[in-house]
Design a protein around this ligand. Structure first.
Ligand SMILES: [Zn+2]
Length: 244
């Protein structure tokens, strides 16, 4: 997956890996978080039917599985919005059931429907002071996006990069905050990965310190500029939820 930007009439592509000559590059015209039919209808304006691996995988998923996935998605939003449950276990169980509706590997089809629930939970756990759960959930988000990671007591490494979505930088910064609390030895590695994602997505990392640097955070002036703020997708009230 590549990101695209412009300087005047020059188009710039950035990728997270070396690309052999003559490779066809595919990039997102729209946010990857919409439903398949919504995405396809938006893409009609561009005059093509998207046949990227994610759309193809969804088209090949049975109606029964899609229906089940949507039902679970609705159920999660419902209990978030009503504040019905502050039990992480309840949400995790629903996420497991949702994950079971995917038939392809996450490296082929990222778990689109799991992203918003996961980022909501990460925020909730962060504000509830549960760094271990934040770590677990950010790891799960990375796996859902097709990343392969290797975590030991003293290192955090990405073995295979996955799909890059805007929310990933904020979640990796949350991971850094949690590691700073629980295992500071992993902080430098995690921050390196977060910064690399930022570089791929923004095209520069000169503003990294300004946006997400840890010094800035200490002074309470971290701005997160240039990136989509997590709060856009937050279900109302989730920041007030105290998870147990
Ligand atoms: Zn597509």
């Amino acid at each position: 997956m590549v990101r695209r930007s412009y300087i005047g009439d020059m188009m710039i592509f950035r990728a997270q890996q070396d690309i052999p000559a003559d490779t066809e590059l595919k990039f997102g015209y729209i946010s990857g978080l919409e439903e398949l039919d919504e995405r396809q209808s938006k893409l009609k304006n561009y005059g093509f039917d998207c046949d990227c691996q994610v759309c193809e995988a969804e088209k090949n998923t049975s109606a029964k599985k899609m229906k089940r996935r949507m039902a679970i998605s609705g159920e999660i939003v419902d209990i978030f919005e009503k504040g019905e449950s502050n039990s992480l276990q309840t949400y995790t169980k629903l996420l497991d059931q949702m994950e079971a509706t995917y038939v392809n590997l996450p490296s082929v089809e990222y778990r689109r429907a799991m992203i918003t629930p996961l980022t909501n939970l990460i925020t909730g756990c962060l504000t509830s002071g549960l760094p271990l759960q934040v770590i677990e959930l950010v790891h799960r988000l990375l796996l859902a996006l097709g990343f392969e990671i290797k975590v030991t007591k003293s290192s955090f490494r990405v073995l295979q990069w996955g799909f890059l979505i805007d929310e990933i930088v904020v979640s990796l910064v949350d991971l850094c905050d949690a590691y700073a609390d629980v295992n500071p030895r992993l902080l430098a590695d995690a921050e390196g990965v977060a910064k690399k994602c930022y570089l791929i997505m923004c095209g520069e990392d000169i503003t990294w310190e300004e946006a997400y640097g840890r010094d800035k955070k200490k002074n309470g002036t971290r701005s997160g500029m240039g990136m989509t703020e997590r709060t856009e997708d937050l279900v109302e009230g989730v920041e007030g939820l105290k998870f147990v």
